[in-house]
Write a protein that binds this ligand. Structure first.
Ligand SMILES: Cc1ncc(COP(=O)(O)O)c(C=O)c1O
Length: 445
């Protein structure tokens, strides 16, 4: 699969079409499939479909396959553990692989003075654990999240999620005690400023309105924030926003929870995106890339906060030994090479995408860190009218040319490739994206 991409059939091919037809009859229609990819196998940053078409993967199963598809070290760790035991419920018994992972996380999570970890199976469970811990540890009910954020779809995390109305529509009433504030989306500044003259004035809303008119700060347990909004459109919060948020939360005894489910595990070139700001959070929600595709969600928190007693919170499958083994192998690869690769190849991909700005009027903004890059498409650079239909068309045109990218937010394209992406593959991704944009802009590719 070194020749990715290589497209041999019209898409979807005959075998893919048959499987999609069967899926339609028996699988929940709530999933958002942007294009008809039916996977047969993956290797590194390449994915082959059931008709023998090979794609260059810049989606990584939604930012999950950090070490690439089926990295041999991760596969060895999984099969080795599977041969020893599959499950023993770390909530009721002990096994070393979970302890080792908690030790490793304590060393990399950017919280000083000791870190303890709670293990679940997904991003939403990691967030739920952070919410429950924050309420338990502070004895306060309130939670603040940001517009545009995505924190998951179970009823606690869904109350924080404010990315797309369809994610909440029909599921109310939401969990009470949750308040939303504007996020530092500097391309569309919620308070009409420009990034150079900004002192994170969007946070004034919390200080001057929420705290004065809606909820007293001493009733707020935590502020939950993505350092880079993922589903919301790969929006990078400036450092001063996160720094001021930390000052504000500290002043009021509010915990700062960072949701690194999408931005964590080396994707940005640092282990966690919050590290760019120098801010020390109180808890971190981790999932997606941590185990290269095995289900695992972790809430890692300041050890002094983890005062909840036995029975307060647990999950039967959480911290499954196979997922823990995959996570240990993943962390080793990230530290040895892949986090650095995300920084260098990410810079190359970013440069390549920025070069397209001069050629394609559709591009409004290119932003990100490492291999977490968003390209926001607009109909008009002055008005910044969102080019949602065009974005969907570009994602599909890229797919037909053999490049897997996903939408994010209403009108952005996200590049979240496996962190094994090579410089040559980054160049190929830029070339195909260029062609896809040309096609949608009505020019020959
Ligand atoms: C920042 C963030 N938090 C939480 C979640 C929820 O993760 P999961 O789908 O594993 O529940 C996601 C998923 O996209 C996410 O991007």
């Amino acid at each position: 699969m070194t020749d990715a991409p290589s497209i041999r059939t019209p898409l979807p091919g005959p075998r893919a079409s048959a499987i999609i037809e069967r899926d339609r009859a028996v699988v929940s229609p709530s999933y958002t499939r942007g294009y008809p990819l039916v996977v047969e196998r993956g290797e590194g940053a390449a994915v082959e479909d059931v008709d023998g078409n090979v794609f260059l993967d810049c989606s990584a199963g939604i930012a999950v396959n950090a070490t690439g598809h089926s990295h041999p070290d991760v596969v060895d760790a999984i099969t080795g553990q599977a041969g020893r035991f599959l499950h023993m419920s770390g909530t009721d018994f002990y096994y070393e692989v979970q302890v080792r992972l908690a030790e490793e996380l304590a060393a990399v999570v950017p919280i000083a003075g000791g870190v303890k970890s709670f293990f679940g199976n997904s991003g939403t469970e990691a967030v739920e654990a952070c919410l429950k811990l924050a309420r338990y540890a502070t004895g306060r009910p309130g939670l603040i999240a940001f517009l545009g954020s995505f924190h998951g779809r179970t009823m606690g995390s869904l109350a924080l999620t404010a990315s797309k109305a369809v994610q909440r529509r029909g599921f109310g009433p939401m969990m009470p005690g949750v308040y939303h504030a504007p996020y530092a989306d500097c391309y569309r500044c919620p308070v009409g400023l420009t990034p150079d003259g900004c002192a994170a004035e969007c946070l004034d809303y919390i200080d001057h309105q929420l705290f004065l008119q809606v909820v007293s700060p001493d009733e707020v347990a935590a502020v939950v924030v993505e350092p880079i909004q993922g589903e919301g459109g790969y929006v990078v919060a400036p450092d001063q926003f996160l720094q001021r948020l930390r000052e504000m939360t500290r002043k009021h005894g509010i915990l700062l929870v960072v949701d690194e489910v999408q931005s964590g595990m080396g994707r940005t070139g640092k282990m966690f995106a919050i590290e760019f700001s120098g801010v020390e959070p109180d808890a971190v929600a981790i999932a997606k890339g941590i185990a290269s595709g095995m289900p695992l969600g972790v809430a890692s928190a300041r050890a002094s906060l983890m005062t909840w007693p036995p029975g307060a919170h647990a999950s039967t499958f959480g911290g499954n030994p196979i997922s823990c083994a995959a996570a240990l192998a993943t962390l080793k690869l990230l530290k040895e090479r892949l986090m650095a690769n995300a920084a260098t190849v990410g810079a190359r991909l970013m440069d390549g995408l920025k070069e397209l700005v001069g050629k394609h009027q559709l591009i409004g903004d290119v932003r990100g860190r490492g291999l977490m890059i968003g390209v926001e498409l607009v109909r008009d650079r002055q008005t910044k009218e969102r080019a949602t239909a065009e974005r969907d068309a570009v994602v599909n045109a890229a797919f037909r040319r053999g490049l897997l990218v996903l939408g994010a937010g209403k009108n952005s394209v996200r590049f979240s490739p496996p962190l094994v992406l090579t410089a040559a593959q980054a160049d190929t991704a830029v070339r195909i994206f260029d062609e896809a944009l040309s096609e949608v802009e009505g020019r020959a590719g």
